[in-house]
Design a protein around this ligand. Structure first.
Ligand code: SF4
Length: 323
């Protein structure tokens, strides 16, 4: 058989091409209601940029020719003002670092309460709802902990508090950007379980951005695999992970035995990833791809449907699972 995982890229491919860098390029996918979409890729793959594009934080000129549809509306041409409005209401975010979202000088309960008030909850209801939310996200003794400041919480508890803040606005779409990366493994698993149960109970749509395939495998119904600012592959998570239709996905899966066995430890993916600033011509993955041939070095593959609901941007997608 062929050699998976990946060899490193050749040096020549690391030179920066001239001209402006398109950080995310033609990225298109849907986030259906009541569904978790996992966005996966190595650092520099454009996954965080894509999440930022949704909430209007994408720097000028980094643009994309793609589409991010939410409730039938393409968010990219929607304009920054519209996205900001959505961000306050329909869309909530949770980050890797809860301290970026929490106000250090305000008690946790008060912060959650303020969002509820802004969302138009009657005053009389706010206190009860704050305690309900803290309880829902697994903060013990909500009555007492509501009076604590963020620094009095552990890392895991802060993450829970941030999730309570996000839920307080009753969003329909939750963007979670590496929500568990800073946590130790046990706490990480608990937070992921919490996110999954909240997503299901509330019927939320969730976009989960992660570099960790195990996190995505655990939580996401659909997966979007990004490489160098483009979508390499997307489809239902079990199908993508068991029969990848892109050599990059295949290498990712093979580099994390725990995805299959849940026992072995993860090995980092070998080789340096291409980034949007150092994107090789043709297929950006070709310097690391065991299936690469001449066509791959010159012709950029377009995403195409390779099975119902499965999309791959590989010229030779059909060969991946047989290699
Ligand atoms: Fe590999 Fe070619 Fe497919 Fe790119 S297009 S992933 S280089 S086989």
């Amino acid at each position: 058989g062929r050699r998976w995982p990946l060899p490193g890229p050749k040096r020549a491919s690391q030179r920066s091409p001239a001209g402006p860098v398109r950080v995310v390029d033609g990225v298109s996918f849907d986030i259906p209601p009541a569904t978790t979409v996992g966005l996966i890729g190595e650092s520099g793959s454009g996954k965080t940029m894509t999440a930022n594009a949704i909430i209007g934080l994408l720097p000028a000129g980094a643009g994309t020719a793609g589409a991010l549809r939410w409730r039938g509306e393409d968010l990219l041409p929607a304009g920054a003002a519209r996205r900001r409005r959505l961000r306050g209401r329909e869309i909530a975010m949770i980050f890797q670092d809860p301290l970026a979202a929490l106000n250090p000088t305000q008690r946790i309960g008060r912060q959650v309460g303020e969002i509820l008030r802004r969302a138009g909850r009657p005053r009389a209801e706010v206190r009860r709802r704050v305690l309900e939310l803290l309880d829902r996200v697994g903060i013990p003794e909500p009555e007492r902990r509501a009076g604590d400041y963020p620094h009095e919480f552990s890392g895991g508890m802060r993450q829970r508090a941030m999730i309570a803040l996000a839920l307080a606005g009753s969003p329909a779409l939750l963007l979670a950007d590496e929500p568990t990366t800073a946590l130790d493994v046990t706490v990480q698993a608990r937070i992921l379980r919490l996110l999954r149960s909240i997503q299901q109970d509330e019927g939320l749509a969730m976009l989960l951005v992660s570099h960790d395939l195990r996190v995505v495998a655990h939580v996401a119904h659909q997966v979007v695999v990004m490489y160098a600012g483009r979508v390499a592959e997307r489809g239902p998570t079990p199908a993508v992970l068991s029969r990848p239709a892109h050599p990059y996905t295949r290498a990712l899966v093979d580099s994390v035995p725990a995805v299959r066995t849940r026992t072995a430890l993860a090995h980092p993916l070998p080789g340096t990833p291409a980034t949007p600033a150092r994107r090789p011509p043709g297929c950006a993955f070709h310097p690391r791809c065991p299936l690469a041939r001449d066509r791959c070095r010159t012709e950029q593959p377009q995403a195409r449907q390779v099975a119902p609901g499965r999309w791959s941007a590989c010229h030779f997608a059909e060969e991946v699972s047989h290699a």
